[in-house]
Ligand binder design. Structure first.
Ligand SMILES: Cc1ncc(COP(=O)(O)O)c(C=O)c1O
Length: 377
């Protein structure tokens, strides 16, 4: 048995794989977690290790509501929150509660590719809605609504994966109107909402959860650590009741109850706020390193918009290119990226590629982009 600690998709030593969309080890807060755990154990009582109340520990929900109210610059009620095991688990739960096999769901084209698998595992049919630099194209959404009755629309509204852009406030409001008119849910994956490096993004969909059928999914994966498997859903009282009446929740109680105690201390002691501010500084420098390297090496063959938050640059190549075929070649050159086609719900977007700046230092990003360039002719 190997004794190496690793993760799925870990690049071999020496490789700079800009396809990896995970934080680098130096940004994973071991010391913070040690302090928060010590704070928890100083006062821990046995009952805290029992099953948790189904929506989540009330103290945690209050701490989280306070944190989100500051982050969203809008009041968030503890009663609108429901604890999850992160957005992947929340997507699976939402697919099982709010849709049934053979239902249609709308996704953005492109979109977060692993969500496709979650929806397909649940037997859902996926229909892609094109996006532009302001997010979902409303004309295309309206056209598809004439043909389908979706159970929900899945969107990554802020600092899109892979596109990097934000859905404009005007379009958020229009989508809300359409959801009420056509009776579909908005499943907003707000995993990058709190990771802005320049100006703030438009208001989180969570802030609209009493104005329409909205489920806003949030996670500690990008602001603390993916291994915690902790997140939340913010929604209206009606929809929250449907989440609470689920058999899985009733049997197991609050999801990831134990970790929520530790994270409560991280919030209450100001550790999370300090960490997110450190992350923003680190990622801003990495965005700038990647932008500089791209201008030097890809300026003549590709187009992109610098993302103001999140993890990703999304490049459109000027010439039609099969980026999936080049990906194989990239391994041999100790570099890597994600080809556009994986983000397409219908096997298109071949001439695009996604680069992440989250997993490497500025120097490595500069070197990784330089290694990539010769592969594109
Ligand atoms: C858009 C999007 N949603 C969900 C996830 C996964 O979230 P979690 O770790 O909370 O399951 C990611 C991770 O890359 C993501 O980019």
């Amino acid at each position: 048995m190997s004794s190496t600690v690793t993760f799925d998709g870990a690049p071999p030593p020496g490789t700079i794989n800009l396809g990896v969309g995970q934080p680098s080890a130096d940004l994973l807060p071991v010391e913070l977690m040690r302090k928060a755990s010590e704070a928890f154990y100083r006062k821990a009582t046995p009952i805290e290790l029992n099953y948790g109340v189904t929506a989540g520990d009330e103290r945690f929900l209050h701490s989280l509501a306070g944190y989100l109210s500051t982050g969203y610059r809008a009041p968030v009620n503890a009663e609108s929150l429901f604890v999850t095991g992160g957005n992947s688990q929340a997507l699976d739960l939402v697919s099982s509660i709010f849709a049934k096999p053979c239902d249609t769901v709308f996704v953005e084209e492109p979109s977060y590719f692993l969500a496709f698998q979650i929806f397909r595992d649940r037997g859902l049919n996926i229909v892609g809605i094109p996006i532009d630099d302001q997010g979902i194209r409303i004309d295309c959404l309206e056209e598809e609504l004439r043909k389908h009755k979706p159970a929900f629309l899945y969107t990554v509204p802020s600092y899109h994966n892979p596109g990097g852009q934000c859905l404009s406030e005007e379009r958020r409001r229009r989508i809300l109107e359409l959801s009420r008119q056509h009776d579909f849910l908005i499943v907003a994956d707000e995993v990058y909402q709190l990771l802005s490096y320049y100006e703030s993004p438009p208001p989180a969909f969570g802030t609209y959860c009493n104005s329409g059928p909205v489920l806003s999914l949030g996670s500690f994966s990008k602001i603390l650590a993916p291994g915690l498997r902790l997140g939340w859903i913010q929604t209206s009282e009606n929809l929250r009741q449907l989440l609470l009446s689920n058999g899985f929740i009733n049997s197991g109680g609050s999801i990831n109850h134990y970790t929520s105690h530790i994270v409560r201390h991280a919030i209450d002691d100001g550790l999370l706020t300090a960490h997110v501010s450190l992350l923003k500084n680190a990622y801003r420098s990495r965005v700038e390193a990647m932008e500089t390297a791209l201008l030097e090496h890809f300026g003549d063959i590709a187009q992109w918009n610098r993302p103001d938050g999140g993890y990703f640059f999304w490049l459109s190549l000027a010439r039609s290119t099969d980026t999936a075929a080049i990906k194989e070649l990239a391994n041999e050159h100790q570099t890597g990226f994600q080809p556009g086609a994986v983000f397409s719900s219908c096997g298109e977007l071949n001439s695009f590629l996604r680069l992440s700046f989250a997993h490497y230092s500025e120097e490595e990003i500069t070197e990784g982009v330089a290694r990539l360039r010769p592969l594109f002719g």
